[in-house]
Ligand binder design. Sequence first.
Ligand SMILES: Cc1ncc(COP(=O)(O)O)c(C=O)c1O
Length: 374
Amino acid sequence: MSRIYLSGPDVAFEERQAVLSAIDSNWVAPVGPDLDAFEAELSAWTDSQHVVGVSSGTAALHLAMLLLGVGPGDEVIVPTTTFVPSANAAVYVGARPVFIDIEPTTWCLSPDLTREFLEQRAKNGNIPKAAVVVDLYGQCADYRELIPIFREYHVAIVEDAAEALGAKRDGLSAGSFGAIGALSFNGNKIITTSSGGALLTDDSAVRDHARKLATQAKEPLPYYEHIEMGYNYRLSNLLAAFGRAQLASLAAKIQRRREINEMYRSAFADLEGVDFLQVPDSSEPNYWLSCITVDPGGGRTWDDVRCKLEEHDIESRPTWKPLHMQPLFRGAESHLDGTSEWVFERGLCLPSGSSLTNQQVERVASIVADFLLR
Ligand SMILES: Cc1ncc(COP(=O)(O)O)c(C=O)c1O
């Protein structure tokens, strides 16, 4: 039996055809009609007026920091439960991340703790310049609460929607809530370009500046003139062609991941010690990963469940280790209430890829259920 992966790429014949056509068109560069079309199609999917295709989600976050003028000595709010690039982007530009804990329901940035933190900081006029708000595991943060808080304190929002393409909250699309949004098309994301990402904005000046910074910041002159520091961050036209074919089946991919989530929920419905990430009424996740918290009892932990799955050649992963616990960020300021550490002690992400068969999902669920019942 072949290995079951956490979130493998789901690639069809159309992707192959799309890349071959792009090669035949001779647009083998980080410019071309497929890149333009991919950006336009993403703009429609995300309700964002402008999209800049880039080489990774990390590049989009780095550019976001530069575009918002975040620099040495500034602080950036980051939820502590997330993948490390959400915070690294601040460090790339010489700023410091400040970690805030998450909500127990969705595991996204806690509005209550954020308000409390900013109220404290306002007393000595020391307000962070920006916040990277993360849409964790395919579900948007609570922007209805967060946006007014950040607006009151003039903190710019960068929405890290790397995991959440296609999700919605209060009817609005992931990636469209902040001044700038970031998407990832890494190999394990809901759609992939193998590696790639996108920067989203409603501001055409930000879009133009992002394109410039992503292509070595050439001035519009016939010769090579550079006033500011640029990067080589643009997405290639070939990968954009691949991405367009993936995007065409995004709705089906979301539907499949949702079905997988429902299969796990019904398989574990009567099991004690298993809980799922909650989905508030206002939220329409893309179900990127199905995550549970487990308390298997008898001195066992989530890692025993992971090892049991591994014995059957099934990949599962712990939830993100909180960034305030990472050696890389030792000494960083944090505003915590214990939720992220509680989740990390129990959280496990189960195989969730849209190409999994029902049989595979049933196999995973029955191994977990048998283990927990013992
Ligand atoms: C929350 C989050 N932010 C940022 C990234 C970075 O995206 P990329 O891998 O495309 O650089 C990822 C995924 O890898 C992610 O999960």
